[in-house]
Design a protein. Structure first.
Length: 558
């Protein structure tokens, strides 16, 4: 259908009617047919290609970018099933290049630009990557030349032709010469379209395989369903700054494109720049993670006019209730002509579930207990089981299992954690998260299974202890890890960041813990930090904390 002259509501209905026809090969063609010249992406810095220059990209511009790059890939002899890795800064080109690969039937592998050469080389060899797309700022942070790459892939750079390194080619040149027309391959729902590598506790990353069905289920068909049920047109504008190589950022990018919601895309997170952008662009939806919200508040969020925000969105980690309440009050929603505090949406999931399985929409009028991750999404099946995969009664703590079209078919090369069963015999995925179900059939996250500390016959749930310590008026953030102990098996050790200007010793905090926690939950050591180490998605990096503790103990023993 042609979008010109049609109301936004009519376009929404068209998406709703055709939502089951989408694949990851035809998704941008279908969206461009519905939204046409409507603005899709707003950038900080302008793109500079022969066929487009500017900061505002329409759906037809995105379609042309993908078509030209897809034709360039075909010229490079990239075929159905070939793996194409995209290793760039957090640029709009990253998801667009992956869509181009998918459109011709290749398999996209988004890589975070913070990965070092050794980590990238492992993935290049593990996935037998045929083509690596990159940019100079990313590539030369840890590589000296293309000769250092493992697996001998073809290499294409996004930078200007004059600066293309020896042994590589320039994507801009190939795209300028390529046709802007390209039809999608015939794609089945079960066809492999992407591999998202996640960190494993065994020392090597695992590639979560994503099919067309996996990515389309939550991130195309779900927003199309939402649009079809809306009573009227609503003009919105979103802002996000998550890594587009991470499944959360990648999925939310696609989700927003389907919604027809113009997306302000920032390359990197800086609290002041984000707050300024929300105010300048009159953003109605902000998508972040808890650490971002904490830094925005510390940067003076209350000094900015954030009333345009109707919906705050968070994922990847639990949002502290007080922090969530503060941002709900800073935004504003209007219903039936009356103004109310903003809404706050939290989602739960992981890379293996592309990514969301449950959601919880908070408001000032309805609130459940801390740790609530909400209710399952349509089409998602959940159950809580014991150590032998037997379903347990509501209210008891057990591991969450999930099944549905959004769940990966498995890891690349069937990699999994050592000794861990990823799927049950009847196809349920082990999330590795300990939860309980509430009386309204909502779910509460208790802890990561691997983070539960087995201390002398007791189970210490890190999340519970962290929340308790974070309730101390001088504590900004707490992280608990289990470390080996000859007598007890494991003992808890706490890493704590204090609030700005706070003064208290580790010994005084230890005494406070002994008064507020059961003896077996009390940290055997408290280590004060200036800053908590974080991973790619800004979650606390507990691997780094354990390693720091073990190094410290080794140095003491010398």
């Amino acid at each position: 259908m042609e979008s010109a002259g049609l109301s936004l509501r009519t376009r929404y209905r068209e998406l709703f009617k055709r939502r089951k026809e989408f694949t990851m090969a035809n998704v941008l063609d279908r969206l461009a047919a519905v939204y046409g010249s409507r603005t899709a992406i707003i950038l900080e810095e302008p793109l500079n290609y022969s066929f487009f220059q500017g900061t505002k990209l329409s759906y037809t511009t995105l379609q042309e970018f993908i078509n030209r790059l897809g034709n360039a890939l075909i010229k490079l002899d990239i075929k159905r099933g070939d793996r194409v890795a995209i290793y760039t800064r957090n640029l709009v080109e990253l998801p667009l290049a992956s869509y181009a690969a998918m459109k011709i039937g290749a398999v996209a592998i988004p890589l975070n630009n913070l990965l070092k050469a050794g980590e990238v080389n492992f993935i290049l060899e593990d996935a037998q990557v045929k083509l690596l797309l990159t940019d100079q700022a990313t590539f030369f942070q840890d590589y000296r030349s293309t000769d250092d790459l493992a697996g001998n892939p073809l290499v294409g750079f996004l930078d200007d032709p004059a600066h293309t390194p020896e042994g590589a080619f320039c994507l801009k040149t190939l795209m300028a010469e390529a046709s802007p027309e390209l039809g999608p391959v015939e794609m089945q729902p079960e066809d492999l379209v992407g591999i998202f590598y996640t960190s494993g506790t065994t020392g090597f990353p695992k590639g979560a395989k994503m099919t067309s069905k996996n990515l389309v289920k939550n991130n195309v068909r779900m927003p199309a369903l939402i649009l079809g049920l809306l009573p009227k047109e609503i003009e919105r504008k979103a802002l996000m700054v998550q890594p587009l190589s991470h499944i959360m950022g990648y999925a939310l990018f696609l989700f927003n494109l389907t919604l027809g919601q113009p997306l302000v895309l920032l390359e990197r997170f800086h609290p002041v720049r984000v707050l300024e952008a929300i105010q300048r662009h009159q953003v109605t939806t902000f998508i972040g993670v808890p650490a971002m919200y904490s830094m925005m508040l510390a940067a003076g969020a209350e000094k900015y006019n954030l009333k345009s925000v109707v919906l705050w969105v968070s994922g990847s980690d639990e949002m502290p209730p007080d922090l969530r309440k503060k941002f709900i009050e800073l935004g504003q929603a209007t219903f039936f002509g009356r103004s109310y505090p903003a809404l706050f949406l939290e989602g739960y999931g992981q890379a293996e579930t592309s990514p969301i399985s449950t959601m919880y929409l908070h408001s000032t009028r309805f609130a459940l207990g801390p740790g609530c991750i909400g209710w399952k999404l349509p089409g998602v099946q959940l159950k809580v089981v014991d150590s032998k995969d037997r379903e347990i009664e509501r209210g008891q703590v057990g591991e969450l299992l999930v099944k549905g079209d959004h769940v990966m078919p498995g890891y690349w090369k069937n990699r999994g954690e050592a000794g861990e069963k990823v799927f049950t015999d009847d196809g349920w995925f082990h999330t590795g998260d300990m939860v309980r179900q509430g009386k309204y059939r909502e779910y509460y996250l208790v802890d990561r299974k691997k983070d539960v500390i087995k201390h002398g016959g007791y189970s210490v749930f890190c999340k519970e202890v962290e929340e308790k310590i974070a309730g101390h008026p001088l504590v900004e953030e707490a992280a608990l890890v289990g470390v080996p102990d000859e007598k007890k098996g494991q003992v808890p050790v706490a890493f704590i960041c204090l609030r700005p200007g706070a003064r208290i010793t580790a010994e005084e905090l230890g005494e406070w813990c002994r008064h507020h926690l059961a003896e077996y939950k009390v940290p055997r050591q408290i280590i004060l930090l200036e800053e908590m180490p974080r991973g790619i998605a800004l979650k606390t990096d507990k691997k780094a904390l354990r390693a720091r503790y073990l190094r410290q103990q080794a140095s003491v023993g010398q």
